[in-house]
Design a protein around this ligand. Structure first.
Ligand SMILES: *Cc1c(COP(=O)(O)O)cnc(C)c1O
Length: 409
């Protein structure tokens, strides 16, 4: 058996894999350079009078078959637009997942609503429909589902549930561009779909966000919320309700249009790479490869370990990283409800509002805790991985398995 690099053996790989942290793992080319130059030379960098952001909104709506798209300054802003459009009363509840970026949850609190956490499916980490159903109360105004790592959450079932209760379904698609659901894509089943253009997402302009909706009323509220409540579709300089400035700039809009032309290729190449990895990893004892019904778009490549068979999660992450294949144990340090901001209810001054009567005890979502603490091994994924890169990743996983699964026995 090969000695692990962790223990002084030769690593599977010494050259770094393509990474979203530099040009090796991003597709920024001449079109993006021209986009930036076009905007700068035009002298108009603001979307209020520009053409790029309106053009992007139209192209994104067309790509997804949506009636409306609104651009904004980040994925977190996109989610904030969605919550603001729902317009909860202070203390109303929005049900969401404990495994996501905090950008899913903080917009709920910023609108003075209470995040209610429902547990997740133990294989996908996506919201469990029966857990969501059990969490619905008189005060529930919306469900916010996340398509974790690019695998669609059960949004068809969630939409049915939401319709039955007369509440809104918001989809957080930051990790799941173009993931198919039925005859459409994620973001199109719920009332609102939210996307991010942050550095590490399928496409990026550094930071930026997009929302889509078929509901003209929700779309108008989102546009107003991104622009201080200023109804620019009228002649009046007035402000209709409390709102912020979350506008996207023309520079970001123009780069995103160039990125949008590459999106299908990025998704296809990530899927091809994942299929090769799954074929190479499948069958190793105590490891479950990502469930994929042709619908996973692989923002990351998550493996589920059975630690009693395959070995301990954080040892796995460290051993793989030492082999030259970066890996992350658990994705998060803790479920979102156990982060200091929520556990200590650090919100508005010392008020703890709107969480003054809310407790998020350990054990609240046992499947989520088990995934984060013991089972979820996340490999960064990339559209620029070659077959040789994937073969190295597979070789490293098989090598670490040979050593750690034996120790576990
Ligand atoms: C990245 C991400 C966000 C936040 O997007 P930003 O553009 O970083 O604000 C929200 N939710 C999920 C699931 C994400 O992956």
């Amino acid at each position: 058996m090969d000695k692990l690099a962790r223990d002084g053996g030769t690593p599977v790989r010494t050259t770094p894999l393509p990474s979203v942290a530099d040009a090796s793992g991003r597709r920024f080319g001449d079109e993006e350079v021209k986009a930036v130059e076009r905007v700068l030379r035009s002298g108009m960098l603001s979307a209020t009078w520009g053409t790029e952001v309106p053009g992007l909104e139209q192209e994104f709506a067309e790509l997804l078959g949506a009636s409306h798209a609104v651009a904004c300054s980040s994925g977190t802003a996109a989610l904030h637009l969605a919550v603001a459009a729902v317009d909860p009363e202070p203390g109303d509840e929005i049900i969401t997942t404990p495994i996501s970026d905090m950008g899913t949850v903080f917009p709920i609190l910023m609108q003075n609503a209470v995040p209610v956490f429902a547990d997740v499916d133990p294989l996908t980490g996506n919201l469990d429909v029966s857990a969501v159903a059990a969490a619905i109360t008189e005060r529930t105004k919306a469900v916010m589902a996340v398509h974790l790592f690019g695998k669609p959450a059960p949004v068809l079932e969630l939409r049915e549930l939401c319709d039955r209760h007369g509440i809104v379904l918001i989809e957080d698609c930051a990790q799941a561009y173009l993931a198919p659901v039925g005859d459409t894509y994620v973001g199109r089943i719920g009332h609102i779909g939210c996307f991010s253009l942050q550095q590490t997402k399928h496409i990026s302009a550094g930071d930026g966000g997009l929302v889509v909706s078929d509901d003209a009323g929700l779309a108008r509220r989102m546009r107003l919320f991104s622009d201080k409540g200023w109804p620019r579709d009228t002649d009046e300089r007035t402000y209709l309700f409390l709102a912020l400035n979350y506008r996207m700039t023309e520079l970001v809009g123009a780069v995103t249009r160039a990125q949008l032309a590459r999106l299908r290729g990025v998704v296809d190449d990530r899927r091809t790479a994942a299929a090769r990895a799954t074929a190479g990893i499948a069958g190793l004892s105590g490891i479950t490869t990502p469930p994929d019904d042709g619908d996973h778009v692989y923002w990351q490549y998550p493996l589920i370990l059975d630690p009693s068979v395959a070995g301990e999660l954080h040892e796995w992450a460290a051993a793989l990283t030492a082999e030259g294949v970066p890996a992350n144990g658990g994705y998060l340090t803790s479920p979102l409800y156990a982060a200091p901001a929520l556990r200590e209810r650090s919100t508005y001054g010392q008020s703890r509002f709107p969480l003054q009567d809310v407790d998020y005890p350990p054990g609240l979502c046992p499947n989520a805790e088990e995934l984060i603490e013991r089972r979820l091994l996340v490999l960064p994924w990339n559209e620029n991985y070659t077959s040789a890169d994937i073969d190295d990743i597979v070789a490293a996983v098989r090598k670490v398995h040979a050593a750690l699964a034996r120790e576990a026995r």
